[in-house]
Design a protein around this ligand. Structure first.
Ligand code: DAH
Length: 350
């Protein structure tokens, strides 16, 4: 006769007690390794484990025996599980039994996100990439000749004053500085390529500036450059108009006004009609109905010449904008210093 057929001789309180103490002794003698503890668990508490078999066989006992043996077996099970949990906790292994408290609230996973500057830059680049502009990047530590001289800004040019340069080494003939604008990539690109050229250049720029709500000593710019034979001011207008519609909405109107930048001639400033009040006049557009977005112009013949190209053969346009400024306008951010303060209360809003 089998155990279960004769009522299972191991399912007596005494037998359970014996099994429990030998299991305890065995557990005590074990090292802390997770595999050994797991083997022990399988042996006693696993699906075919010794104690589990006893619990399973209880059903075939006479009712009175079943109650006594059942209580003993359940106590033994709780005790062995408890001991195992302690050992697992001590060995740093998460326990498979009883270690999961399903009533605990779930753990919150913090999702990463892109910085608002990065998000804005990516959107702007995507708009120009879709129009055939290639994204390139340049060095933040730059030669004075690329940042100024070759861009038609000679040493005594008043435009240098407004740039409040952070110098790294001014002792040589050609100084080394932190670029104050992304425009030097116009020259670098023209020097190393034969037009047609169509590029957009995102990157950090630096100025030795007292900071306030609209000035930061580090900020991004996105530069654009298109050079080919026969490029006209109409191309500039058409491209930047399309850009404005993509970024600020399909109903945008644009306005061009004369401005001065040494490396373009003529130079312009482009504004879009206020996307908050739709040109009616509000705080955002300072009651003017228009918001200035970027500087642009036709590449100055001197810049083409400096980079080794014949300005009689090639023409082009260039533009430059500040993505932080654009993000501020679009999201109603009141202080540019938020962008680099690394305050999560600000950053997690985007
Ligand atoms: N680099 C200029 C600045 O920092 C912005 C700019 C204006 C870039 C006109 C251009 C341009 O390419 O054509 O103020």
């Amino acid at each position: 006769m089998t155990d279960s057929a004769n009522g299972n001789s191991s399912a007596t309180p005494q037998a359970i007690e014996r099994l429990t103490s030998s299991a305890e002794r065995e557990l005590e003698a074990l090292g802390g390794e997770g595999e050994k503890l797991e083997a022990w668990r399988v042996k006693y508490l696993g699906r075919r484990g010794a104690l589990t078999s006893i619990l399973r066989s209880l059903g075939s006992l006479p009712a009175a025996d079943r109650r006594v043996a059942g209580a003993a077996a359940n106590r033994a099970k709780a005790r062995l599980e408890g001991l195992l949990d302690k050992r697992l906790a001590a060995s740093g292994t998460p326990g498979p039994i009883g270690a999961i408290d399903v009533t605990l609230p779930g753990r919150r996973h913090v999702r990463g996100r892109l910085h608002p500057s990065t998000q804005t830059i990516q959107e702007i680049l995507a708009a120009f990439n879709a129009m055939g502009f290639q994204t390139v990047e340049g060095p933040q530590v730059e030669w004075e000749r690329y940042n100024f001289d070759m861009l038609n800004i000679p040493p005594d040019h008043p435009a240098r004053d407004s740039h409040d340069t952070i110098w790294i080494d001014r002792s040589g003939g050609d100084g080394i500085l932190l670029r104050t604008q992304t425009s030097p990539m116009q020259v670098r690109t023209l020097e190393s390529t034969t037009p047609p050229v169509r590029i957009v250049v995102p990157g950090l720029c630096y100025r030795f500036e007292a900071t306030d709500a609209t000035h930061e000593w580090q900020f991004h710019q996105i530069e654009g450059l298109a050079v080919d034979t026969d490029i006209t001011f109409a191309d500039l207008k058409g491209t930047l108009y399309e850009f404005a519609r993509r970024i600020f909405g399909p109903d945008r109107k644009v306005r061009f006004r004369c401005d001065f930048f040494p490396f373009v001639e003529p130079g312009v400033e482009m504004a879009v009609d206020c996307f908050k009040c739709f040109g009616q006049g509000c705080r955002l557009c300072k009651q003017t109905g228009y918001i200035e977005i970027l500087g642009a112009g036709m590449v100055h013949p001197n810049v083409l010449r400096n980079a080794g190209h014949d300005p009689e053969r090639y023409t082009g346009y260039a533009f430059g904008m500040g993505p932080e400024r654009i993000a501020m306008l679009r999201h109603g951010i009141d202080d540019i210093r938020h962008f680099f303060a690394n305050d999560l209360r600000f950053l997690t809003q985007f």
